[in-house]
Design a protein around this ligand. Structure first.
Ligand code: HEM
Length: 464
């Protein structure tokens, strides 16, 4: 099996064939920019000068209402509290929430969250630092997103969720550029950086919409449908997909809890969440490949493998968007993310371990020590993998050599995509991190360099 590397995440893959929203965008701030809260003129704002002005008094009032209440009406699901906490946390950073508030919220969780699953999941994330268990899952509010993905609430695929998350990035950036209450101290990007970020985000959204489970990609402007003038930012935002209208989806809007106040952390969190969704999708594809091979349906296995390869490519495309993060903003907020690292991503490692059980050194390294549940699955003697199912085909007379070759070629394409993902990720880390250690306590880039030598299907191509 061959593998290619993608040397630079900041440059789009010229071989990409899916519809591309490489639109010229008018990033000039709209008139509302002038209406941004000038200093402390907003009467509700309690924040210090130079900080975001967020009319926090109503938010504090709502938090207080919940923290002192013995009983809360049964029909109140806690969304109003979650909104208030989110608004407050975004104004000063989750790392800096006042101790008194956190103690109060712990009490709310104890008294009122047992039969309110969304509130419970939300507070699980908000209280992570306070309770000394801050990690990737709570930093990314995955417990709340996973509840939304629960079949009882949604019929959306994880890929579609990724598209919604990146659409939200576009809306957030446009709102900030158009004069939302985010104060200038937070360092919004300059128009050129904003334009590049939006282009990559829209490209990602456009690709998501072009997939079989999404609506028509024609909803977004693209070079294929030239318009007389570049679309204004607010027009672009209007055309993006939105979360479903069901009331429960209001929780989607409280799933970004930045640890600090800098602008770029919002889209960084959304990118990581989207990545988690994509690997959820890729892992599901690997399970489908195993099932298809066990039933002797090689063509179906080839199709699902290629689908997973496209998903991994989409995940790698996120690095182009993240490459527009300002390194100085990253270093400023990463001092508060220590302990949370995507090395703890279960879906990324689950995908890998469904492809094949990793070699022993990797299984015993930080890579899998950080995901004990997935490691246990991989070490279970009954754990089935694509590699094992492929090796078992040798004894199957029903599957001919041509079919096996087609399958091997598809597995090779998936391996190549995964190699390119790793290479693009490493390039990004070199740029943003230099020789600093990782937030997951590895030695940083050297760890990622070592990862380049691993292969998903190493047992099928022992020389790699
Ligand atoms: C500023 C950008 C980034 C830097 C500097 C960076 C750095 C690192 C480092 C040093 C590690 C090793 C573990 C650790 O010590 O933390 C790591 C692991 C990882 N990162 Fe990133 N990362 C960045 C962005 C991203 C993004 C945007 C994603 C996903 C979209 C991502 C996904 C992962 C995954 C899945 C791992 C686990 C890899 C493995 O264990 O094989 N990273 N990253």
């Amino acid at each position: 099996m061959t593998s290619r590397t993608d040397p630079d995440p900041t440059h789009p893959d010229p071989t990409a064939t899916t519809p591309v929203a490489t639109l010229p965008i008018d990033t000039t701030p709209t008139a509302t920019d002038a209406t941004r809260c000038p200093g402390k003129s907003d009467p509700g704002c309690t924040g210090p000068p130079g900080e975001a002005c967020g009319a926090r008094t109503p938010a504090l009032r709502e938090i207080k209402r919940w923290t002192v209440a013995d009983r809360i009406p049964a029909d109140s699901d806690g969304l109003s509290l979650a909104r208030s906490v989110t608004e407050y946390a975004r104004g000063r950073g989750k790392h800096f929430l006042p101790e008194r508030m956190l103690v109060g919220l712990s009490g709310v969780r104890r008294r009122h969250a047992a039969d309110r699953p969304f509130l419970d999941a939300f507070l699980d994330c908000v209280l992570d630092k306070h309770e000394g268990r801050f990690w990737n899952r709570s930093y990314l509010a995955l417990p709340v997103l996973e509840l939304l993905m629960d079949r009882r609430h949604t019929a959306l695929s994880a890929d579609r969720m990724a598209t919604l998350l990146v659409s939200d990035v576009v809306r957030f950036e446009i709102a900030a550029a158009g004069g939302s209450r985010e104060g200038p101290a937070r360092g919004r990007p300059d128009p050129a950086t904003l334009g590049t970020r939006l282009r990559h985000a829209l490209r990602f959204v456009s690709q998501g919409l072009g997939r079989p489970d999404g609506p028509d990609a024609g909803e977004l402007p693209s070079r294929r449908t030239p318009t007389a003038r570049p679309p204004r930012l607010d027009e672009v935002a209007d055309r993006l997909p939105r979360p479903p209208a069901a009331a429960v989806w209001q929780w989607f809007h409280v799933t970004v809890q930045p640890v600090h106040v800098l602008h770029d952390e919002y889209f960084f969190i959304r990118a990581l969440q989207a990545h988690e969704m994509l690997f959820t999708e890729a892992a599901a594809d690997m399970r489908a490949v195993i099932a298809a091979l066990r039933r002797g349906r090689t063509e179906e296995a080839v199709e699902r493998t290629d689908r997973a390869a496209a998903t991994v490519a989409r995940a790698a495309a996120l690095f182009r968007m993240v490459a527009t993060m300002r390194a100085e903003q990253f270093s400023a907020f990463r001092q508060y993310t220590l302990g949370a690292s995507a090395i703890q991503s279960e879906q990324y490692k689950r995908f890998e371990s469904l492809c094949g059980v990793p070699r022993v050194p990797r299984l015993h390294s930080a890579a899998f020590l950080n995901v004990p549940a997935v490691r246990a699955e991989a070490e279970d003697p009954g754990h089935d993998t694509v590699t094992r199912a492929r090796l078992d085909l040798h004894g199957e007379r029903a599957v001919g050599p041509a079919e096996r070759d087609r399958l091997d070629a598809a597995l090779g394409r998936l391996e190549a995509r995964h190699q390119r993902w790793k290479s693009a990720h490493r390039s990004l880390a070199v740029r943003m991190l230099g020789d600093a250690h990782g937030s997951g306590y590895t030695d940083g880039v050297p760890y990622l360099t070592e990862c380049l030598g691993n292969r998903l299907f190493w047992q099928l191509a022992p020389n790699t």
